[in-house]
Write a protein that binds this ligand. Sequence first.
Ligand code: AMP
Ligand code: MG
Length: 536
Amino acid sequence: MWWRRWLPACLAWGCVAALCGSRGLCPAPNASRPEPGQCPRRGAAELCAWALSSDSLLDPFPVDVIQENYVRNVKNCIFSIVYPTPFKSRVRLVAVSEDVLENILDLDVSVKGLSDFLEFVSGAKVIFGSVPLAHRYGGHQFGSWAGQLGDGRAHLIGVYTNRHGERWELQLKGSGKTPYSRNGDGRAVLRSSVREFLCSEAMHYLGIPTSRAASLIVSDDDVWRDQFYNGNIKKERGAIVLRLAKSWFRIGSLEILTHSGELDLLRRLLDFIIQEHFPSIAMNDSNRYLEFFSTVVSETANLIAMWMSVGFAHGVCNTDNFSLLSITIDYGPFGFMDSYDPNFVPNTSDDERKYKIGNQASVGLFNLSKLLQALKPLLDPRQNQLASQILEGYGEYYYSRFTELFKTKLGLLGENENDNFLIAFLLKEFWALQDLGKHKLFSEWVTMYLLRLNSNKGDSDTKRRTRMTTVNPRYILRNWMAESAVQKANSNDFSEVQLLEQVLQHPFQRQEAAERAGYSLHPPAWAKHLKVSCSS
Ligand code: AMP
Ligand code: MG
């Protein structure tokens, strides 16, 4: 229904138009798209003629019938139409991912110098074709059903289909209140936004499925946060990350529909997700939901095994933070282990240590059981039984992926019945890798390892070394590195954010600038007691 999209856009236009400059980014909803020739410079030309579309998300589903922006319980829809709230103060560009701009968004990097670009990525201007949306979802948080959550501070500003035919959903995070903001202010502070920007890009370059980040801006608007929940409320600054994913749907996207008995919408959303993102599943296959479930089970196992292979703890493994595409999303109080410790908890707000790194695989299983619960009304008894069997296979699948990844890290080729033992032995004793050589069992382990290497067929030390250096990163985003970049950024020195963004693009390659910064060394003494909480 054409009016459904234009009406809110027209209503919002008054306030948005006031923020628009004379050129480009926010033509009236029915204006024609500017031609590149009408724009002055190269980057400008590309941005001027650049467009998003929200049609593919709006057309298939009923939209929230209420269009005023106030906090409420929302029913019978997948999205609410709601515009970002621009900052009142000046905004500055902290960093961009040139790779995302050029290779995903088809933009010349020179756009980053344009004021139009700054306004676009800070939510002050609406791109042609965009109808900003907030997604309604629920979730299980720390084991219990939490009811309606939703995009409380994020706006899905549209879909971009790039020159490779890839479809990317663009989201601003920290861009103001929505109907799902509950008690929140709709904002995100600079420290957590720096961490999300850097880590999502770093994970991509580590080869781990993840959302991406295009840009990070900071405002001078005050945002008040009690960082460690100890009554010490401090003034911070609001920031926005422009982040991208092929899809932002989560386990909680389906759960809320089942919980509120909206089964027709559940089926429609699921069919949409399968059609758009699971091309190997036939839409006329009566087992398609089962196949979907089976894929999410194996891909989630794969994702968590990959997290473990680089020592990444997500920190908040709630079902609302678990993607249906099995990519890493919603970076909050995550952390990389500085030395091996299965009890590592990155999030100081996680008192019960529920999401410690050693629990991630089993939490994945719990989350998938909640996904199955959400799908149950759509499965017949036979499919239900098969789905339970699929879920039972999760553990075995996870361990086979985990073993495969660690074998690669250790340079092992072929099969050997003792490989699991070799890996478990290495990890079991909580060996701090930095002190590996000093461990009482080290020589015993090395003897086993060397023996095992002898069974690598057609291998040599040089070949093995090359293989191992391409899978064992020299640089990861350790907490102290992110913290150092955040502290500088707090005083408007964005150089370390930018340096890290560059360095982490090549995590396996020795880089002079990174060595000078100490990124491959043990964490400095000041970083010993660094903490990260849920506050963001
Ligand atoms: P997170 O822990 O960031 O995954 O957020 C969990 C839920 O709380 C999501 O529904 C968020 O949109 C919401 N939320 C978190 N912070 C805020 C905030 N400052 N304002 C509004 N909603 C928020
Ligand atoms: Mg979240």
